[in-house]
Ligand binder design. Structure first.
Ligand SMILES: Cc1ncc(COP(=O)(O)O)c(C=O)c1O
Length: 356
């Protein structure tokens, strides 16, 4: 606290990201990073960019990247916005498209950055409870609102909503923008990007942090009607003209173009997720059906917080949220098969310790 702080800063409750400990030999399954490396073509493109040209500013519009994203989805570059991680894209979305008279809607259990952006930009919100199986019910979003946002698959549950349900929400809300945050979509859900041509009030946000394994590069994007994209450009150009540097533009473009690496690595993660789900179920966990690169699981006889701490003592870190409805759950990132095996072995030992 300081008397030099603005009133806005006094009122902020910032987001707390999952920790990035510097300990050796850690099985790190807490921040939904991809266990496989980025595309070799992306790495080569980035290395080539480390050159004398770094003295020049990058392309403020990142046209190359926008064109690659547009081609990927069969859209035009005017329907694409890019930013410094999808967190930055989302921040601009809150200011550009979700700040209206009425409160916006998002699920009671969801990405915990949304209420933080609301606090930063003064956006009122109401939360809509997930059902008893932790699923989003489309019908609950047919009520007056200033906008709607949720991840698909949802975080931290991992549960996906079918495209028809998403379209029902979009159609029930022609006067507000519906934002689908698809950070995890490539691991098993259907992208709403296919609906962009049909709905002027749909914005889809994606990231290269998860399925393209580039969390360290900080690149995200949005696709939607060109009027929505223009709103985001207006905010971006009132904030930072160059959110993506030359290396990021080169690496992200090559990563989008490398379809083969994307396919093989995401299929590997999906296969490991199925194995991990089976192993956790065998240990007595209830595992929510996941379409993401993480699973959300609880054990009927063991406290979530106690399990997370016991795992940590064995150098395995997972994410535990001390929040209503979900404090018995662990959110476990799908790692390599070896990392998943280390996690299940540690859990088996912990459960055994408690029994004896
Ligand atoms: C639902 C959701 N949206 C967005 C993000 C932000 O991703 P990034 O800023 O790395 O693109 C995350 C990160 O974990 C997430 O879980």
């Amino acid at each position: 606290m300081s008397r030099y702080w603005s009133a806005v800063v006094h009122g902020l409750t910032p987001y707390v990201p999952g920790e990035q400990p510097k300990l050796p030999n850690l099985v790190k399954l807490n921040t939904n990073e991809n266990p496989y490396g980025p595309s070799p073509q992306a790495l080569a493109a980035m290395r080539a960019e480390v050159a004398d040209t770094l003295r020049l500013y990058p392309d403020p519009n990142a046209d190359r990247l926008k064109e690659a994203v547009a081609a990927h989805f069969g859209l035009t570059a005017q329907e694409v916005f890019v930013g410094n991680g999808s967190d930055e894209v989302l921040a601009h979305v809150f200011l550009a498209l979700l700040k209206h008279e009425r409160p916006i809607l998002f699920p009671d259990i969801t990405y915990s950055f949304y209420p933080v952006y609301c606090g930063l930009y003064g956006v009122a919100y109401e939360t809509v409870p997930l059902d008893g199986q932790f699923a989003i019910r489309a019908a609950d979003y047919a009520r007056p609102n200033g906008g709607i946002i949720f991840p698909n698959p949802n975080a931290p549950t991992g549960r996906a909503l079918a495209l028809a349900e998403i379209e029902a929400i979009i159609e029930a809300n022609p006067d507000s923008v519906v934002v689908i945050d698809e950070a995890y979509v490539d691991f098993g859900a259907e992208s709403a990007a296919a609906l962009v041509g049909r709905h002027a009030n749909l914005l889809v946000v994606q990231t290269l942090s998860k399925s393209r394994s580039l969390a360290g590069l900080r690149v995200g994007f949005a696709v939607g009607n060109k009027d929505l994209i223009e709103a985001l450009e207006r905010v971006k150009n009132s904030f930072n003209s160059y959110p993506l540097d030359r290396i990021a533009i080169a690496g992200a473009t090559a990563a989008i173009l490398d379809r083969e690496h994307f396919e093989t690595t995401r299929q590997a993660v999906i296969a490991s997720r199925e194995g991990l789900t089976r192993d956790l179920t065998r240990l007595g966990f209830e595992v929510l059906p996941s379409a993401a690169n993480f699973v959300f699981a609880r054990h009927p006889q063991h406290d979530g917080g106690v399990l997370a701490r016991a795992l940590r003592e064995r150098s395995v870190i997972v994410r535990h949220f001390k929040l209503p409805r979900i404090e018995q759950f662990l959110r476990i990132t799908v790692g390599t098969d070896a990392q998943c095996a280390a996690l299940t072995a540690a859990l088996a030992a912990i459960l055994e310790d408690v029994r004896t």
